[in-house]
Design a protein around this ligand. Structure first.
Ligand code: NAG
Ligand code: NAG
Ligand code: NAG
Ligand code: NAG
Ligand code: NAG
Ligand code: NAG
Ligand code: NAG
Length: 471
C-alpha cells in the first residue's frame, strides 16, 4: 500500500481485495528463527493480503506487512490504553475508494512487539476511521510500514515535527530495531507465499537482519541500488531494464522521470498492493504478445469493461529484467479469474491496474503479483539515518518457468471448477450462511446461487474507472 506524496495526483485502486465470494479465509504461516510470522490471507481462492502478528502494549493485532509505507496504524478495541499525544493525523493511501483513502486518528506511543523484537516508545497511529474496503472483514486491524523514515515518507513523523517534537520520535519500527543492534546489518527479507489458485503451498517468510535459510544464496545476488528522488516520498524504487514475453523484449514507453535512461522504467516494490499498477502502454505491449489474449469488453457485474483477456491456461512466460537478472513471472500471476454466473464460463484477464505512472515519482507499482516471483532483501544501508542513501535491494528469482507451467495445468482448472461448484451449492449449505445470520441481511447469503467472482471487486472497479479515463 503506498502512501501519498505531494506529487501524486492520480491514485490507483489496487488495494482492496473484496471478492464477492469468500470461500473461507486461510492462514498459512511459518515461524522464522526470529519468530516473525508472515501469513497469507486468501479470499475467494486468491492471496489477498500478507499479514503478521504485532502486539502493542500486549494487545494483539493482525497487521498488513507493507513495504509501500512507513508507519504503523492500528484499530484497537475501545478499551485499549496507550500514551496518547492527542495529535490528530490523517494518513492518505492509494486504495479503497475512487481516488484516495484516509486512515485518521491520533498519534500514540507504546511498546510494540514483532516476533522476538520489542520497541518501547514506538510511535503509531490509533485509527478511528479507515476506509480500506474489505480489510476489516478479512480480520485485519493494523498495518506495519517497512519503508523509509522522515517526512514526507512518514506522515506520523511529519505531524510530530509540526507539533514541535524531535523528528526521530517518529522513526519507523524497523529504524528503532536497527538502533538496538548497532553492530549488525540493517535489512529485512521477505518471501510471499503462493496459496492462490488453490495450490496450497505456503512458504511466506519475513526476517529481520537474517536471511530465510531457504534463500541463503541471496547473499550472492546482484546488489541493486535504490533510486532516490529529492523532495519526493522515499520508496523501495528500482530500475526495470526490460520486460519480455517468451524471451522477446516488448517496447516500453518513456519514463515519467526525466532522470531515467530511455527504454527503462522505475517501479517500486510494494507488498501492500495485492496486484500491480502498470502504464496502459506496457499492459498492451505485454498482453498483445500473449497468444490468445484479446482486448475486449467483458460483462462484469459492475458493467461492461474493456480489458485484456488471457486464456486461463496460458503458459506464456513474461519476464522482467532488473539489476542484471531476469525474473520470470508465474503465468498464474498474469491473470485474474472471473466466472460468469449466467453462462458459468470462466474469463481470465490482466490483474494489472492500468495507470499512466506517477509523474516525478515512479512509473509502476510492483505489488504481490510480481513480488511472489522473487525473494526480496531490503537493505537500509549501514547508516539508517541517511537512508534511502546507501539502500539496496537483492532479488533472487523464486519462479522456475518449467514448474510454473506445470502448475497452471493443475491449479487453474481446479480453481475454475471450485468457483463453478460453489455457485451451484444451495444457500443452506453455503458456509457463508451457516453463521445463523438472517438470510436477508447476510451479504454472503445474498450472493448464494448468484455470481461467483474469484476476483477482487476492486479490480473490477479499477477497470471501470480506467475504461472511463482512457476513452
Ligand atoms: C498469530 O495470531 C494468530 C491469530 O491471532 C494466532 O492464531 C497465532 O498463534 C499467532 N502466531 C504467533 C506466532 O503468535
Ligand atoms: C482525506 O484527508 C484529506 C486531507 O486531510 C481531506 O482533504 C479529505 O477530505 C479526506 N477524505 C476523506 C474521504 O475523509
Ligand atoms: C483508538 O482507536 C479505537 C478504535 O478506533 C477507538 O475506539 C478509541 O477511541 C481510540 N482512542 C483514542 C484515544 O482516540
Ligand atoms: C501539539 O499537539 C497538542 C495536541 O493536539 C496541542 O495541544 C499542542 O498545541 C500542539 N503543539 C504545537 C506546537 O503544535
Ligand atoms: C448475475 O450477476 C448479476 C450481477 O450481480 C446479477 O444482477 C444477476 O441477477 C445475476 N444473474 C443470475 C442468473 O444470478
Ligand atoms: C488452453 O485450453 C484450450 C481450450 O481448452 C486449448 O485449446 C489450448 O490448447 C490450451 N492452451 C494451452 C497453452 O494449454
Ligand atoms: C533484460 O535485462 C536483464 C538485466 O536486467 C538481462 O539480464 C536480460 O538478458 C534482459 N532480457 C532481455 C530479453 O533482453
Amino acid at each position: 500500500m503506498w502512501s501519498f506524496g505531494v506529487f501524486f495526483i492520480l491514485a490507483v485502486i489496487v488495494e482492496r481485495s473484496h471478492a464477492l465470494v469468500v470461500r473461507g479465509t486461510r492462514f498459512q504461516s511459518r515461524d522464522q528463527t526470529n519468530g516473525v510470522t508472515l501469513q497469507s490471507i486468501a479470499q475467494g481462492g486468491v492471496d489477498a493480503r500478507y499479514t503478521t502478528n504485532l502486539t502493542i502494549n500486549g494487545q494483539n493485532f493482525n497487521a498488513i506487512v507493507d513495504t509501500g509505507s512507513s508507519d504503523i496504524w492500528v484499530i484497537p478495541p475501545a478499551d485499549f490504553t496507550f500514551d496518547n499525544t492527542g495529535i490528530p493525523t490523517v494518513a492518505t493511501f492509494g486504495g479503497g475508494s475512487l481516488v484516495v483513502t484516509n486512515v485518521s486518528g491520533v498519534i500514540g506511543f507504546g511498546t510494540v512487539g514483532l516476533g522476538s523484537y520489542s520497541v518501547e516508545q514506538q510511535v503509531f497511529q490509533n485509527a478511528t476511521f479507515i476506509d480500506l474496503g474489505d480489510v476489516e472483514n478479512l480480520g485485519i486491524n493494523a498495518l506495519i510500514g517497512l519503508s523509509f523514515g522522515g517526512a514526507p515518507s512518514s506522515p506520523l513523523t511529519a505531524a510530530l515535527e509540526k507539533n514541535g517534537s524531535n523528528p526521530t520520535d517518529g522513526n519507523p519500527f524497523l529504524y528503532n530495531v536497527f538502533a538496538q543492534t548497532p553492530g549488525q546489518d540493517n535489512f529485512i527479507g521477505i518471501s510471499l507465499s503462493r496459496t492462490d489458485d488453490l495450490e496450497g503451498t505456503a512458504d511466506a517468510s519475513f526476517t529481520i537482519n537474517e536471511f530465510d535459510p531457504k534463500y541463503a544464496a541471496v547473499a550472492n545476488a546482484p546488489i541493486i541500488p535504490v533510486i532516490t528522488i529529492p523532495g519526493v516520498v522515499d520508496r523501495w524504487r528500482i530500475l526495470v531494464d526490460n520486460i519480455s514475453v517468451d524471451g522477446v523484449d516488448v517496447p516500453l514507453p518513456s519514463s515519467t522521470l526525466s532522470s531515467v535512461p530511455d527504454g527503462s522504467l522505475v517501479a517500486f516494490l510494494d507488498t501492500g498492493t495485492p496486484t500491480a499498477s502498470v502504464p496502459p502502454a506496457v499492459i498492451s505491449s505485454v498482453f498483445s504478445q500473449i497468444p490468445g489474449a484479446v482486448f475486449k469488453a467483458v460483462d462484469f457485474p459492475t458493467g461492461a469493461v474493456q480489458v485484456w483477456t488471457v486464456p486461463c491456461n496460458t503458459t506464456t512466460i513474461v519476464s522482467v529484467g532488473m539489476g542484471g537478472q531476469s525474473f520470470p513471472i508465474h503465468p498464474l500471476d498474469l491473470s485474474a479469474v472471473f466466472v460468469n454466473n449466467d453462462t458459468n464460463e470462466a474469463t481470465c484477464f490482466s490483474p494489472w491496474a492500468p495507470a499512466p505512472g506517477f509523474q516525478g515519482d515512479s512509473d509502476m507499482i510492483f505489488g504481490d503479483s510480481f513480488m511472489r516471483n522473487f525473494y526480496t532483501v531490503f537493505n537500509f544501508g549501514d547508516d539508517v539515518s541517511q537512508a534511502p542513501a546507501g539502500s539496496t535491494i537483492q532479488l533472487p528469482s523464486q519462479t522456475n518457468p518449467t514448474s510454473a507451467q506445470q502448475d497452471v495445468a493443475k491449479a487453474r482448472p481446479a480453481l475454475i471448477a471450485a468457483a463453478s461448484l460453489v455457485e451451484d451449492a444451495p444457500a443452506s449449505t453455503s458456509p457463508a450462511s451457516a453463521g445463523g445470520a438472517p438470510a436477508a441481511t447476510s451479504p454472503a447469503a445474498k450472493h448464494s446461487g448468484q455470481p461467483r467472482l474469484v476476483v477482487s471487486h476492486a479490480i473490477l472497479i479499477i477497470f471501470t474507472i480506467f475504461a472511463f479515463l482512457l476513452q
